[in-house]
Design a protein around this ligand. Structure first.
Ligand SMILES: NC(=O)c1ccc[n+]([C@@H]2O[C@H](COP(=O)([O-])OP(=O)(O)OC[C@H]3O[C@@H](n4cnc5c(N)ncnc54)[C@H](OP(=O)(O)O)[C@@H]3O)[C@@H](O)[C@H]2O)c1
Length: 249
Protein backbone atom coordinates (compact mmCIF):
# COMPACT_ATOMS: atom_id res chain seq x y z
CA UNK A 1 0.00 0.00 0.00
CA UNK A 2 1.31 3.45 -0.91
CA UNK A 3 1.37 6.31 1.56
CA UNK A 4 -0.53 8.51 -0.94
CA UNK A 5 -2.93 5.95 -2.42
CA UNK A 6 -6.01 7.57 -3.96
CA UNK A 7 -4.66 11.11 -3.57
CA UNK A 8 -4.44 13.71 -6.34
CA UNK A 9 -1.43 16.03 -6.24
CA UNK A 10 -0.43 19.18 -8.11
CA UNK A 11 3.24 20.18 -8.16
CA UNK A 12 4.10 23.52 -9.75
CA UNK A 13 7.53 23.51 -11.34
CA UNK A 14 7.55 19.73 -11.62
CA UNK A 15 9.67 19.21 -14.72
CA UNK A 16 13.08 19.30 -13.03
CA UNK A 17 14.94 19.26 -9.73
CA UNK A 18 12.99 19.03 -6.48
CA UNK A 19 9.60 19.16 -8.21
CA UNK A 20 10.46 16.33 -10.60
CA UNK A 21 11.86 14.13 -7.83
CA UNK A 22 8.79 14.84 -5.69
CA UNK A 23 6.54 13.84 -8.60
CA UNK A 24 8.48 10.55 -8.82
CA UNK A 25 8.09 9.89 -5.08
CA UNK A 26 4.38 10.86 -5.05
CA UNK A 27 3.70 8.51 -7.99
CA UNK A 28 5.64 5.70 -6.27
CA UNK A 29 3.43 6.21 -3.19
CA UNK A 30 0.24 5.78 -5.24
CA UNK A 31 -0.79 9.37 -6.06
CA UNK A 32 -2.11 10.74 -9.33
CA UNK A 33 0.10 13.71 -10.15
CA UNK A 34 -0.09 16.90 -12.22
CA UNK A 35 3.12 18.81 -12.87
CA UNK A 36 3.53 22.26 -14.37
CA UNK A 37 6.34 24.17 -16.02
CA UNK A 38 6.75 26.83 -18.68
CA UNK A 39 8.52 24.61 -21.21
CA UNK A 40 6.55 21.90 -23.02
CA UNK A 41 9.87 20.28 -23.96
CA UNK A 42 10.95 19.92 -20.33
CA UNK A 43 7.52 18.57 -19.38
CA UNK A 44 7.74 15.99 -22.19
CA UNK A 45 11.17 14.90 -20.96
CA UNK A 46 9.86 14.63 -17.40
CA UNK A 47 6.89 12.58 -18.60
CA UNK A 48 9.33 10.18 -20.30
CA UNK A 49 11.13 9.68 -16.97
CA UNK A 50 8.05 9.23 -14.76
CA UNK A 51 5.83 6.18 -14.41
CA UNK A 52 2.19 6.29 -13.38
CA UNK A 53 -0.84 8.55 -13.78
CA UNK A 54 0.69 11.90 -14.75
CA UNK A 55 -0.84 15.09 -16.12
CA UNK A 56 1.79 17.53 -17.44
CA UNK A 57 0.45 21.07 -17.94
CA UNK A 58 2.19 24.10 -19.40
CA UNK A 59 1.56 26.92 -16.95
CA UNK A 60 3.53 29.96 -15.81
CA UNK A 61 3.41 30.05 -12.01
CA UNK A 62 3.77 33.84 -12.03
CA UNK A 63 0.67 34.49 -14.08
CA UNK A 64 -2.46 34.98 -11.93
CA UNK A 65 -5.05 34.40 -14.72
CA UNK A 66 -2.97 31.37 -15.73
CA UNK A 67 -3.26 29.97 -12.20
CA UNK A 68 -7.03 30.46 -12.28
CA UNK A 69 -7.07 28.57 -15.60
CA UNK A 70 -4.89 25.82 -14.12
CA UNK A 71 -7.35 25.35 -11.24
CA UNK A 72 -10.26 25.24 -13.71
CA UNK A 73 -8.45 22.60 -15.81
CA UNK A 74 -7.89 20.39 -12.75
CA UNK A 75 -11.49 20.87 -11.70
CA UNK A 76 -12.58 19.64 -15.12
CA UNK A 77 -10.25 16.61 -15.04
CA UNK A 78 -10.17 15.49 -11.40
CA UNK A 79 -12.82 14.79 -8.75
CA UNK A 80 -10.73 16.42 -6.02
CA UNK A 81 -7.29 17.68 -5.04
CA UNK A 82 -5.53 16.44 -1.90
CA UNK A 83 -2.02 17.87 -2.28
CA UNK A 84 -0.64 21.12 -3.66
CA UNK A 85 3.10 21.66 -3.69
CA UNK A 86 3.83 25.26 -4.63
CA UNK A 87 7.38 24.73 -5.81
CA UNK A 88 7.98 26.79 -8.96
CA UNK A 89 10.10 29.85 -8.24
CA UNK A 90 11.87 32.80 -9.74
CA UNK A 91 15.38 32.51 -8.29
CA UNK A 92 16.78 35.80 -9.54
CA UNK A 93 19.70 36.94 -7.38
CA UNK A 94 20.98 40.49 -7.96
CA UNK A 95 22.78 43.28 -6.11
CA UNK A 96 20.51 46.21 -5.23
CA UNK A 97 21.89 48.41 -8.02
CA UNK A 98 20.78 45.92 -10.67
CA UNK A 99 17.15 45.47 -9.59
CA UNK A 100 14.52 47.01 -11.85
CA UNK A 101 10.90 47.45 -10.88
CA UNK A 102 9.97 44.91 -13.57
CA UNK A 103 12.33 42.26 -12.19
CA UNK A 104 11.09 42.95 -8.64
CA UNK A 105 7.46 42.60 -9.72
CA UNK A 106 8.34 39.39 -11.58
CA UNK A 107 9.89 37.64 -8.59
CA UNK A 108 7.07 38.74 -6.30
CA UNK A 109 4.48 37.54 -8.84
CA UNK A 110 5.98 34.05 -9.12
CA UNK A 111 7.07 33.48 -5.54
CA UNK A 112 4.33 35.24 -3.60
CA UNK A 113 1.33 36.68 -5.45
CA UNK A 114 0.32 34.00 -7.95
CA UNK A 115 0.74 31.07 -5.47
CA UNK A 116 -1.80 32.81 -3.21
CA UNK A 117 -4.30 33.09 -6.05
CA UNK A 118 -3.62 29.51 -7.10
CA UNK A 119 -4.57 28.35 -3.60
CA UNK A 120 -7.64 30.59 -3.68
CA UNK A 121 -8.70 29.19 -7.07
CA UNK A 122 -8.21 25.60 -5.90
CA UNK A 123 -10.40 25.96 -2.79
CA UNK A 124 -13.51 24.35 -4.36
CA UNK A 125 -11.42 21.33 -5.41
CA UNK A 126 -9.51 20.63 -2.18
CA UNK A 127 -10.69 17.53 -0.31
CA UNK A 128 -11.33 17.66 3.41
CA UNK A 129 -8.00 15.91 4.04
CA UNK A 130 -5.69 18.17 2.04
CA UNK A 131 -2.11 19.28 2.40
CA UNK A 132 -0.57 22.42 0.93
CA UNK A 133 3.23 22.48 0.85
CA UNK A 134 4.92 25.84 0.23
CA UNK A 135 8.51 25.46 -0.92
CA UNK A 136 10.60 28.16 0.70
CA UNK A 137 14.33 28.51 1.00
CA UNK A 138 17.06 28.92 3.55
CA UNK A 139 17.29 32.47 2.19
CA UNK A 140 14.05 33.23 4.03
CA UNK A 141 15.96 32.83 7.31
CA UNK A 142 19.56 33.94 6.73
CA UNK A 143 21.11 36.68 4.61
CA UNK A 144 22.92 35.63 1.45
CA UNK A 145 24.73 37.55 -1.24
CA UNK A 146 22.29 39.12 -3.72
CA UNK A 147 19.35 37.28 -2.15
CA UNK A 148 17.53 40.21 -0.53
CA UNK A 149 14.45 40.16 -2.73
CA UNK A 150 14.39 36.37 -3.24
CA UNK A 151 14.69 35.86 0.54
CA UNK A 152 11.93 38.37 1.28
CA UNK A 153 9.56 36.76 -1.22
CA UNK A 154 10.28 33.28 0.19
CA UNK A 155 9.80 34.54 3.76
CA UNK A 156 6.43 35.94 2.68
CA UNK A 157 5.47 32.66 1.04
CA UNK A 158 6.38 30.67 4.14
CA UNK A 159 4.34 33.06 6.29
CA UNK A 160 1.24 31.93 4.37
CA UNK A 161 1.59 28.62 6.22
CA UNK A 162 0.62 30.41 9.44
CA UNK A 163 -2.10 32.72 8.09
CA UNK A 164 -3.71 30.18 5.80
CA UNK A 165 -3.70 27.50 8.47
CA UNK A 166 -6.03 29.70 10.48
CA UNK A 167 -8.19 30.38 7.48
CA UNK A 168 -8.39 26.85 6.09
CA UNK A 169 -8.05 24.42 9.01
CA UNK A 170 -11.80 24.01 9.45
CA UNK A 171 -12.06 22.93 5.81
CA UNK A 172 -9.55 20.12 6.43
CA UNK A 173 -6.75 21.90 4.55
CA UNK A 174 -3.36 21.82 6.27
CA UNK A 175 -0.70 24.30 5.15
CA UNK A 176 3.03 23.93 5.86
CA UNK A 177 6.31 25.21 4.50
CA UNK A 178 9.17 23.04 3.29
CA UNK A 179 12.47 24.84 3.21
CA UNK A 180 15.39 23.37 1.27
CA UNK A 181 18.98 24.38 1.75
CA UNK A 182 21.54 24.06 -1.05
CA UNK A 183 20.30 21.12 -3.12
CA UNK A 184 21.76 19.53 -6.24
CA UNK A 185 19.35 20.48 -9.06
CA UNK A 186 19.40 22.41 -12.32
CA UNK A 187 18.97 25.71 -10.48
CA UNK A 188 22.52 26.97 -11.11
CA UNK A 189 22.83 25.32 -14.56
CA UNK A 190 22.35 28.60 -16.48
CA UNK A 191 25.57 29.89 -14.86
CA UNK A 192 27.70 27.21 -16.54
CA UNK A 193 29.58 24.19 -15.15
CA UNK A 194 32.58 26.09 -13.77
CA UNK A 195 30.57 28.70 -11.86
CA UNK A 196 28.22 25.95 -10.64
CA UNK A 197 31.13 23.93 -9.22
CA UNK A 198 32.56 27.04 -7.52
CA UNK A 199 29.21 27.82 -5.88
CA UNK A 200 28.86 24.27 -4.59
CA UNK A 201 32.44 24.35 -3.23
CA UNK A 202 31.68 27.56 -1.32
CA UNK A 203 28.38 26.22 -0.04
CA UNK A 204 29.94 22.99 1.25
CA UNK A 205 32.12 25.12 3.54
CA UNK A 206 29.17 26.93 5.15
CA UNK A 207 26.57 24.16 5.39
CA UNK A 208 26.97 22.66 8.89
CA UNK A 209 26.73 19.14 7.42
CA UNK A 210 29.38 20.11 4.82
CA UNK A 211 27.59 18.70 1.81
CA UNK A 212 24.96 19.70 -0.72
CA UNK A 213 21.57 18.04 -0.27
CA UNK A 214 19.82 15.93 -2.85
CA UNK A 215 16.40 16.40 -4.43
CA UNK A 216 15.38 13.00 -3.04
CA UNK A 217 16.00 14.20 0.51
CA UNK A 218 13.62 17.14 -0.03
CA UNK A 219 11.10 14.95 -1.89
CA UNK A 220 10.94 12.42 0.97
CA UNK A 221 10.09 15.28 3.35
CA UNK A 222 7.40 16.39 0.88
CA UNK A 223 5.90 12.88 0.97
CA UNK A 224 5.67 13.13 4.77
CA UNK A 225 3.97 16.54 4.65
CA UNK A 226 1.65 15.38 1.85
CA UNK A 227 0.57 12.20 3.62
CA UNK A 228 -1.83 11.78 6.51
CA UNK A 229 1.18 10.80 8.64
CA UNK A 230 1.65 14.53 9.23
CA UNK A 231 -2.03 15.11 10.15
CA UNK A 232 -1.06 16.94 13.37
CA UNK A 233 1.50 19.20 11.65
CA UNK A 234 0.16 22.60 10.60
CA UNK A 235 1.40 26.14 10.13
CA UNK A 236 5.06 25.25 10.40
CA UNK A 237 8.17 24.99 8.25
CA UNK A 238 10.13 21.77 7.83
CA UNK A 239 13.73 22.59 7.03
CA UNK A 240 15.75 20.18 4.91
CA UNK A 241 18.88 22.27 4.72
CA UNK A 242 21.86 20.57 6.36
CA UNK A 243 21.43 23.00 9.27
CA UNK A 244 22.33 26.16 7.37
CA UNK A 245 19.05 27.94 8.18
CA UNK A 246 19.38 27.48 11.93
CA UNK A 247 22.95 26.80 13.06
CA UNK A 248 26.00 29.02 13.24
CA UNK A 249 28.82 28.00 10.91
N1 LIG B 1 18.16 23.93 -5.48
C1 LIG B 1 18.40 24.64 -4.39
O1 LIG B 1 19.57 24.73 -3.94
C2 LIG B 1 17.28 25.30 -3.65
C3 LIG B 1 17.55 25.87 -2.40
C4 LIG B 1 16.53 26.48 -1.71
C5 LIG B 1 15.25 26.54 -2.24
N2 LIG B 1 15.02 25.98 -3.46
C6 LIG B 1 13.65 26.07 -3.99
O2 LIG B 1 13.24 24.81 -4.44
C7 LIG B 1 12.30 24.96 -5.51
C8 LIG B 1 12.71 24.10 -6.68
O3 LIG B 1 14.00 24.51 -7.13
P1 LIG B 1 14.94 23.52 -7.97
O4 LIG B 1 16.30 23.73 -7.45
O5 LIG B 1 14.37 22.17 -8.03
O6 LIG B 1 14.86 24.24 -9.40
P2 LIG B 1 15.04 23.68 -10.89
O7 LIG B 1 15.77 22.38 -10.91
O8 LIG B 1 15.60 24.83 -11.65
O9 LIG B 1 13.54 23.40 -11.34
C9 LIG B 1 12.61 24.44 -11.38
C10 LIG B 1 11.31 23.92 -11.93
O10 LIG B 1 10.34 24.98 -11.87
C11 LIG B 1 9.89 25.28 -13.18
N3 LIG B 1 9.64 26.72 -13.22
C12 LIG B 1 10.51 27.75 -13.07
N4 LIG B 1 9.87 28.92 -13.18
C13 LIG B 1 8.56 28.63 -13.40
C14 LIG B 1 7.40 29.39 -13.62
N5 LIG B 1 7.42 30.72 -13.62
N6 LIG B 1 6.22 28.75 -13.82
C15 LIG B 1 6.17 27.39 -13.81
N7 LIG B 1 7.22 26.62 -13.63
C16 LIG B 1 8.41 27.22 -13.43
C17 LIG B 1 10.97 24.80 -14.12
O11 LIG B 1 10.48 24.49 -15.43
P3 LIG B 1 10.45 25.64 -16.59
O12 LIG B 1 11.79 26.28 -16.59
O13 LIG B 1 10.14 24.89 -17.85
O14 LIG B 1 9.36 26.59 -16.22
C18 LIG B 1 11.38 23.52 -13.39
O15 LIG B 1 10.42 22.49 -13.62
C19 LIG B 1 12.22 26.47 -5.79
O16 LIG B 1 11.12 26.98 -5.09
C20 LIG B 1 13.52 27.00 -5.19
O17 LIG B 1 13.38 28.35 -4.79
C21 LIG B 1 15.99 25.38 -4.18
Amino acid sequence: MGRLDGKHALITGGSSGIGLETARQFLAEGATVAITGRSQEKLDEAARQLEGPLLPIVSDAGDVPGQVALAARLQAEWPKLDILMSNAADVTHLPIEKWTEEAFDGIVATNLKAPFFLIKSLLPLFSQQSSVILVGSVSAFVGHENATVYGAAKAGLLSYARGLTYELKDRGIRVNGLSPGPTLTDVFKPLGAEAQAAIYDDLRKVVPLHRIGTAIEVAKAAVYLASDESAYTVGTVLRVDGGIGELAY
